[in-house]
Design a protein around this ligand. Structure first.
Ligand SMILES: [Zn+2]
Length: 320
């Protein structure tokens, strides 16, 4: 039995991709999600083949190197025979081997056409290959009450070529965790720093991204940022927060996209009566250099010195 099973698995046409297509009539290759080797993806995202999971999204991935399937939504996973059993075509591995053998006798021309591709629109909601959570940013109201969290995941490049993704969660009054911003909606990062800038008559520094805002706050300065920075528009209701602060000192990412986004935000702030200055840390660069990179280059310098250096650098152009 074991010998019969392994001999079928060694057939050149028996792969997780082919068996997936025989089982589901969906393409196994339409949504590459992983590293490419010899022109082919090592992973592809597919609708889950499990009979107990009606999957409208591409929630599962096929690992073509290991001939393995794994569903991120329902947890279904296994090799070729496990997939045949899970799809409801066979009761056990021996029957699955027989089913695979029967499929080998069908000529490609005699097979029904494959269905359309997995829906790309859902790709942002599912995981990247080999991803891990690398950061969680807590958003609060002016008084420090938690409103929502943004989680960052890094992994191998997905179908759209990006190697990071973000999710947003909030906690309901009943204590449950749900997707999305929650009843108070999207707010700028570190609203408590707006309150402090107001009370202490201090400048609020606004770089691109939470990582940079945190790096500035680590130096005992006040910072904020806009969730999903470059791609995000200023929201009308944010006027009330920005009008609290005496001045906003904006730090642009040193590339075209960053400078354009900063110019947009500066125009919005001015239109709403907020004093704003924009500083480009490296006007000669175009590689996305930011305050976090600046700080990393100076990691052997004490934070007191760094704070002085940064304050001088930021205030100098403002005093011109
Ligand atoms: Zn599933």
């Amino acid at each position: 039995m074991i010998a019969e099973r392994s001999s079928i698995l060694q057939h050149p046409d028996v792969s997780i991709a082919n068996v997936y297509e025989w089982l589901t009539r969906h393409s196994a290759w339409s949504l590459p999600g992983g590293i490419h080797e010899g022109g082919r993806a090592l992973f592809t995202w597919v609708r889950c083949p499990s009979a107990s999971h009606p999957d409208a999204h591409p929630s599962a991935y096929l690992n073509h190197k290991k001939n393995w399937v794994e569903c991120r939504a329902c947890g279904f996973e296994g090799g070729i025979f496990a997939m045949v059993v899970g799809a409801g075509e066979a009761e056990n591995y021996a029957a699955a081997a027989k089913w695979v053998e029967s499929q080998l006798g069908i000529k490609p021309a005699e097979r029904p056409a494959l269905d359309e591709q997995p829906d790309m629109r859902h790709f942002g909601g599912i995981g990247l290959p080999n991803e891990r959570k690398t950061a969680t940013y807590t958003y609060t109201d002016l008084h420090g009450k938690r409103l929502y969290w943004i989680h960052r995941y890094d992994g191998d490049p997905g179908a759209d070529g990006r190697s990071k993704r973000f999710t947003v969660h909030h906690q309901t009054s009943g204590g449950r965790y749900k997707k999305g911003y929650g009843p108070d909606g999207k707010v700028p990062y570190r609203l408590t720093s707006f309150a402090r800038a107001h009370a202490e008559r201090r400048v609020l520094i606004m770089p691109e991204g939470e990582k940079c805002a945190d790096a500035i706050e680590d130096l005992d300065l006040l910072a904020t940022t806009i969730p999903f920075g470059t791609n995000s528009k200023m929201i009308e209701s944010w006027k009330v927060y920005f009008r609290l602060v005496p001045a906003v000192l904006q730090l642009t990412d040193s590339d075209e996209e960053g400078r354009a986004a900063a110019a947009h935000r500066a125009a919005w702030l001015k239109r709403n009566g907020v004093f704003v200055r924009t500083v480009d840390l490296a006007p000669e660069r175009n590689d996305g250099f930011d305050i976090w990179d600046w700080k990393r280059e100076r990691r052997h310098i004490s934070s007191v010195t760094l704070r002085t250096e940064l304050t001088e650098m930021l205030l100098r152009p403002a005093l011109r």
